[in-house]
Write a protein that binds this ligand. Structure first.
Ligand SMILES: [Zn+2]
Ligand SMILES: [Zn+2]
Length: 370
C-alpha cells in the first residue's frame, strides 16, 4: 500500500507570514472559519506535527454548538496524522521527519488519575481530552503535542496517514465500547447506532468473539456497512421496537452486552431493557441534553439485576495506537469504507457543515493537507 508524506520539509506558504499557519477554528458558539495563527512553540517534552490527514468528528460539531462552553478562535479537530516537524529535547526514540499519529486523548501519564490507570480522566473528569478542548486542536497546518514521549505513535510504512488517523478516535473509542462490554466468547451483543463509532464497536465485538451482533440503525447506507463490518442482524428502530426485536432475536433472553453509541436517553434505556441479568451496558454515546439519564427501574431489577453500566472516554497513548494500527496492518479491520467524502484543507468548512447536517450519506470526511 502506498505511503504518504514521508518528508519533513515544510510546504510552501507564500500566502502566509513567516511563522504563521492556517487553522480551522470555532470563532464563537455557532460560528466557524479559517484564520492564521503563529506556529506553536515546542517545549522540551513536546512535539510539533505538520498535519497531513485529518478526520472531522461529530464531536467537533458538538463543540461548535457549545458542548464544552464558549470558545473564541479555538482550533478544532482531534483526529490527525502527520510528520514530526520539531521534537522537544527530552523526547527520545523519535526523529524529525518521521510519520506519526496522535490519539484524540493526550494524557500526561503523571497525575493521580493517570497513575490510577484512568488516563482519559487525566487531571480531572474527561481531562485527557485536550485537543480542541483545553488547547488548540489539529485542524491546522501544524499542531502541538503535549507529553510527546507517550503520545506519539510511529505509523508503520505499510499504513497510509488516512488509515492511521482512524485510530485516533474511531477505532480507539469503538473498540473500547466492545472491550468495556466484557463480551464473553460466543456472547450476544446489541450495538445501538451504526455511525463510525458504532461500526467500530461492531468490529470490536466480532474481534472479541461475539457470536451474534445486532446493529440498531435506520439509515440504509449505515445498515449496509454494519453488515459488512460483521453485524448478523439489523434492527431498524424506525420500523419496529428495538427492544422487542432484540428480545425475539435472542429467544427472550436479551443480550450479554448492549453498546450505546448514540447518546440519547431513550437509547440508553433501551440498552438496559434488552440486556440480560449479569450483562453489561457499555456507554460511549455523548449525552448532551438534560440533567439526568433515566434508568428503567423494573428492567434494572429494582437495582439488583447484576447489570453493569460502564462508561469511558477514548483510550489514548502510543502503545494502544500501535496495537490499533497492527489490526489494520494485519487486515483485521479496514477503516477506509468509512471515508465517504474527501476534501482539501481549503474546503474544510464545506466538509464541516456536511458532517453537521449528516447529509449526502456522510460517515467520515477526510481532510488532506497539500
Ligand atoms: Zn473524534
Ligand atoms: Zn494525567
Amino acid at each position: 500500500m502506498a505511503t504518504q508524506s514521508t518528508t519533513a520539509t515544510p510546504r510552501s506558504s507564500s500566502r502566509r507570514l513567516p511563522g504563521q499557519m492556517r487553522c480551522f477554528v470555532m470563532k464563537r458558539i455557532g460560528e466557524v472559519g479559517m484564520m492564521e495563527k503563529p506556529l506553536p512553540e515546542c517545549g522540551p517534552n513536546d512535539a510539533i506535527i505538520r498535519t497531513t490527514a485529518a478526520l472531522i468528528c461529530t464531536s467537533d460539531t458538538h463543540t461548535v454548538k457549545g458542548a464544552v462552553g464558549e470558545r473564541f478562535d479555538h482550533t478544532l479537530g482531534h483526529e490527525a496524522a502527520g510528520v514530526i516537524q520539531k521534537l522537544g529535547s527530552a523526547v527520545t526514540g523519535f526523529k524529525e521527519g518521521q510519520r506519526v499519529v496522535v490519539n484524540a486523548i493526550t494524557p500526561c501519564y503523571h497525575c493521580m488519575n493517570c497513575q490510577r490507570g484512568y488516563t482519559s480522566q487525566c487531571g480531572g473528569m474527561l481531562g485527557g481530552w485536550k485537543f480542541a478542548n483545553v488547547k488548540d486542536g489539529n485542524m491546522a497546518e501544524y499542531f502541538h503535542v503535549n507529553n510527546a514521549q507517550a503520545n506519539l505513535a510511529p505509523i508503520p510504512d505499510e499504513l497510509t496517514d488516512e488509515q492511521a488517523a482512524y485510530c485516533c478516535d474511531m477505532l480507539s473509542t469503538g473498540f473500547m465500547a466492545a472491550e468495556y462490554a466484557n463480551i464473553p466468547i460466543g456472547g450476544t451483543v446489541a450495538v445501538f447506532a451504526q455511525g463510525p463509532i458504532g461500526l467500530m464497536a461492531t468490529v470490536g465485538a466480532r474481534l472479541l468473539g461475539a457470536s451474534q451482533i445486532i446493529g440498531v440503525e435506520s439509515m440504509p447506507h449505515r445498515q449496509k456497512l454494519a453488515l459488512r463490518y460483521g453485524a448478523d442482524h439489523i434492527v431498524d428502530f424506525s420500523k419496529e421496537d428495538p427492544v422487542e426485536a432484540i428480545m425475539n432475536l435472542t429467544h427472550g433472553e436479551g443480550v450479554d452486552a448492549a453498546i450505546e453509541a448514540l447518546g440519547s436517553d431513550l437509547t440508553f434505556q433501551q440498552c438496559i431493557r434488552c440486556t440480560r441479568p449479569g450483562g453489561v451496558i457499555s456507554n460511549v454515546g455523548y449525552h448532551g441534553d438534560g440533567d439526568f439519564i433515566h434508568i428503567p427501574r423494573m428492567d434494572w431489577g429494582v437495582g439488583m439485576s447484576d447489570k453493569t453500566i460502564r462508561t469511558g472516554l477514548c483510550p489514548g497513548g502510543s502503545e494502544r495506537m500501535s496495537r490499533l494500527m497492527r489490526l489494520i496492518q494485519t487486515g483485521r479491520v479496514d477503516p477506509l469504507p468509512m471515508t465517504t467524502h474527501r476534501f482539501s484543507f481549503d474546503e474544510i468548512e464545506k466538509a464541516f457543515h456536511l458532517m453537521d447536517n449528516k447529509k449526502d450519506g456522510i460517515i467520515k470526511p477526510l481532510i488532506t493537507f497539500a
